[in-house]
Design a protein around this ligand. Structure first.
Ligand code: CDP
Ligand code: CDP
Length: 209
């Protein structure tokens, strides 16, 4: 059997990255955090004092991304979140990043996490997980992460900004955030990262049997 692609999609701070990284390590597959592509694109636009909502500017930034852009230390935080979601709504940006994502998983298989992996990037993936949790649980997770990085933030502000980003990601015309028809929804509101991993691994093994 060729190495599988495992799609992990869901809203902000649901635990997609934590889960996808562990699945990849467990299964010996490469891992790609596709959110980094949109974050790095948004960051390049901000660097040039451009508007992340402007299609020509954002598409040019997406086309000129280099691996070093994905290693930047300033890809997280409210400003980067907003810029990523803005550029991600632009069809030309998504088109520019699509082939790269497909090439990453096509040959050796991979675990990819994002918003549209199961619906657009790899609609033929044999395993699709849609990881979610209540808005309150997700906001608390992101808030704790920010505190851990020494960033002071109000929980209420984190929750409001996250809800706005989810709404924008869900409402956009191109590749909106939604579970693929054949995705398994994993609600982690009451699960810690360890329990979520155990549940996901059982699902993956069942699908790949
Ligand atoms: O990638 P995504 O934004 O969906 O979330 P993440 O960065 O993987 O996880 C956000 C935080 O939630 C991390 O600090 C995790 O330790 C924590 N967490 C989790 O990943 N899974 C759970 N079931 C519970 C908490
Ligand atoms: O970690 P978190 O879930 O907060 O965000 P992320 O996965 O790094 O994604 C940042 C933003 O990039 C999202 O809010 C989406 O607007 C966009 N994105 C997307 O449109 N499609 C993907 N496959 C991945 C991210």
């Amino acid at each position: 059997m060729t190495a599988p692609v495992i799609a992990v999609d869901g809203p902000a701070a649901a635990g997609k990255g934590t889960l996808a990284r562990r699945l990849a390590a467990e299964l010996g597959l490469p891992y790609l955090d596709t959110g980094l592509l949109y974050r790095a694109t948004g960051r390049r636009v901000l660097d040039a004092a451009g508007d992340p909502r402007d299609p020509a500017t954002a598409a040019a930034a997406a086309r000129s991304l280099s691996p070093a852009d994905l290693q930047r230390s300033d890809l997280r935080g409210p400003e980067a979140d907003r810029a990523a979601s803005a550029v991600a709504a632009i069809p030309e940006v998504r088109a520019a990043l699509l082939d790269w994502q497909r090439a990453f998983g096509r040959t050796h298989g991979a675990v990819l996490d994002g918003r549209d992996i199961g619906t657009v990037v790899f609609p033929e993936a044999p395993v699709k997980l849609f990881v979610t949790a209540s808005t309150e649980a997700r906001a608390a997770r992101r808030w704790r992460e920010l505190l851990g990085r020494g960033v002071a933030a109000e929980l209420a502000t984190v929750a409001t900004e996250m809800a706005a980003r989810d709404a924008q990601d869900s409402a956009r015309a191109v590749a909106p955030l939604r579970p693929a028809e054949d995705a398994v929804v994993l609600d982690t509101t009451e699960l810690d990262a360890e329990a979520a991993f155990a549940a996901a691994l059982a699902l993956v093994r069942e699908r790949l049997r």
